[in-house]
Design a protein around this ligand. Structure first.
Ligand code: HEM
Length: 144
C-alpha cells in the first residue's frame, strides 16, 4: 500500500527505552521467542490492521521473531539475516497512527496473557517487556 500522508515524528526521545534483561532469552530460547511471535501474528491476522501486512503472516512473524531474539538477549539473528534493524525506517511504508498502534499493542499484550506457560517467559520480566512494547510502539507511529 503506498503512503498517502506525510511522515509524522513522535515527540519523544527514542534512546530512553526500558532495558530488557537477557534472562528473558535464557529462559525462553529461540523456540519460545518464535512461538510468541507466531501467536502475535495470528492475532494481528484477525485484527482490523490485517490489511497493512503482506499475504504470508507466518513469514512476517519469523522476521519479527529474529528481531526479538536479539532484543531479549539472544544472538544477533536479525542483523545477521536482514541487516541493520532501522525499525522506524522499515515501518515508513505503513501508515501507523495512534489507533493502529493500540491495535498492534493489544494483539501483543493478548498473546502475553499466559506467557510463562506458553513460551517460558519469566513473569518477573513481563512488566518491563510490556513497558518496552508500549514505548517502542509509540516510536513506530509515523502518521498523525
Ligand atoms: C506500532 C504499531 C506497529 C505496527 C502497526 C507494525 C506493523 C508492521 C508491518 C505492517 C510490518 C511488515 C510485515 C510484513 O512483512 O508483512 C512490520 C514489520 C516488522 N515490525 Fe512492526 N509494527 C508496529 C510496531 C512494531 C514494534 C514496536 C516493533 C519492535 C519492537 C516492530 C517490529 C517489526 C519487525 C522486526 C518487523 C520485520 C521487519 C522486516 O521485514 O525485516 N514493529 N511491522
Amino acid at each position: 500500500m503506498a503512503r498517502t500522508k506525510p511522515i509524522h515524528v513522535p515527540n519523544m526521545d527514542p534512546s530512553d527505552m526500558p532495558s530488557l534483561d537477557p534472562a528473558i532469552y535464557a529462559s525462553m530460547g529461540e523456540e519460545g521467542v518464535f512461538r510468541m511471535l507466531s501467536e502475535v501474528y495470528c492475532r494481528l491476522e484477525a485484527s482490523s490492521i490485517r490489511g497493512m501486512f503482506g499475504e504470508d503472516m507466518q513469514e512476517a512473524s519469523q522476521r519479527s521473531a529474529a528481531f526479538y531474539v536479539q532484543l531479549l538477549g539472544g544472538p544477533q539473528m536479525y542483523n545477521e539475516r536482514y541487516g541493520n534493524p532501522m525499525m522506524r525506517r522499515r515501518h515508513f511504508p505503513f501508515e501507523i497512527d495512534e489507533a493502529s498502534r493500540v491495535v498492534w499493542r493489544d494483539c501483543f499484550y493478548a498473546a502475553l496473557e499466559n506467557a510463562e506457560n506458553d513460551y517460558g517467559f519469566p513473569p518477573e520480566h513481563l512488566p518491563a517487556f510490556k513497558a518496552f512494547l508500549e514505548r517502542f510502539s509509540k516510536w513506530m507511529v509515523n502518521t498523525a
